[in-house]
Write a protein that binds this ligand. Structure first.
Ligand SMILES: NC(=O)c1ccc[n+]([C@@H]2O[C@H](COP(=O)([O-])OP(=O)(O)OC[C@H]3O[C@@H](n4cnc5c(N)ncnc54)[C@H](OP(=O)(O)O)[C@@H]3O)[C@@H](O)[C@H]2O)c1
Length: 291
């Protein structure tokens, strides 16, 4: 029986787990939150508390066939690699597939230029540097122990409950203008589709960019979301570093166009939502129901 273990049953992890559970897979995974633990167990997932100070019980990874790594690195590095990397390496022969969710931040700033998976890895933020270190650590277990690791470099994630329609409807959307800024996105359903495509065609050691076909200025998505909702978009405001959270600042620190040709050529993947326009249009009913 296929058995997925998600280190971090968060937004992407649960989206993947829900689809595979429907197909009869056994699902296990982690959270740091006691309330979330209960919700996961109510879905019949085997859920465990895990963080840098709370390792898994010894038998939690027995009979696991696939692993999704979706926890971002902390100050000391990737908590899963630090706590369970050696354990996973020792189980390499029993694992069919391991996927690490990384970010396109490992390419750094390209001032609007293109990157693909062969581009140099030159992160321009501390967050990007930590990601690159985590990627390198996981790849070392492929190279040294045969752990079937695949790297997935994700663009900005959106989907049900987390998208610019929600922010416009809640009055929290901002149209911050930074000339020359472009950014790539990916709908969570396409992340799930691409991960499953990779599982059916494993190629350990390979990296894939997961993004849609169109990198555009962030404010264009807000404008389109407002149009769909039939409301005025928020005022345009100039980008001001002092008004930004650290997460927002790292988002605006980099401008690039990310190629998704490899997932099309090598995994034969056809995007369900090729741009934010199809993605947001499909999400509109989820907003209309609530607002
Ligand atoms: N959001 C984006 O646009 C974006 C873009 C590119 C890449 N990414 C990366 O892609 C991955 C998946 O994204 P996502 O949106 O699915 O993330 P998410 O919803 O925040 O889920 C992350 C999961 O990791 C767990 N986690 C976080 N920090 C942890 C820690 N220090 N120790 C143990 N567990 C920890 C969380 O546990 P809890 O359940 O306790 O919260 C959660 O289950 C993340 O690594 C994210 O950084 C995100």
């Amino acid at each position: 029986m296929n058995h997925l273990f998600c280190f971090g049953l968060g937004y992407c992890g649960q989206a993947l787990a829900d689809v595979l559970a429907q197909q009869g897979w056994k699902i296990s995974g982690t959270t740091r939150d006691g309330g979330c633990l209960e919700n996961l167990r109510n879905k019949h997932f085997s859920a465990y508390l895990f963080d840098a100070e709370t390792p898994l019980p010894d038998n939690a990874l027995d009979e696991v066939t696939h692993i999704l790594l979706s926890i971002p690195p902390g100050e000391l590095g990737d908590p899963v690699f630090l706590e369970h990397g050696a354990d996973l390496a020792a189980r390499a022969k029993n694992l069919k597939w391991v996927g690490y969710l990384s970010t396109t931040g490992v390419y750094g700033d390209r001032q609007g230029g293109w990157v693909d998976e062969n581009s140099s890895l030159t992160p321009s933020t501390k967050r990007g540097e930590k990601r690159l270190k985590a990627e390198t650590d996981w790849l070392s277990l492929y190279e040294n122990a045969g752990l079937p690791v695949h790297l997935f470099r994700l663009a900005g994630i959106y989907g049900p409950g987390s998208n610019q329609l929600e922010k416009v409807a809640a009055g929290t959307a901002r149209r911050r203008i930074k000339p020359g800024q472009v950014f790539s996105r990916i709908h969570v359903d396409d992340i799930v589709g691409m991960l499953i495509a990779s599982m059916s065609m494993p190629d350990p050691g390979r990296a894939y960019n997961l993004c849609d076909d169109e990198a555009i200025p962030p404010q264009d998505v807000v404008t389109y979301a407002a149009q769909l909702l039939g409301v005025e978009p928020p005022e345009e405001i100039a980008f001001e570093p002092k008004d930004m959270t650290p997460m927002g600042l790292s988002f605006f620190a980099e401008s690039k166009r990310v190629s998704n040709q490899r997932i099309k050529d090598e995994l034969g993947y056809v995007l369900k939502y090729p741009t934010y326009r199809e993605g947001l249009t499909a999400l509109l009913p989820t907003i209309a129901d609530r607002h």
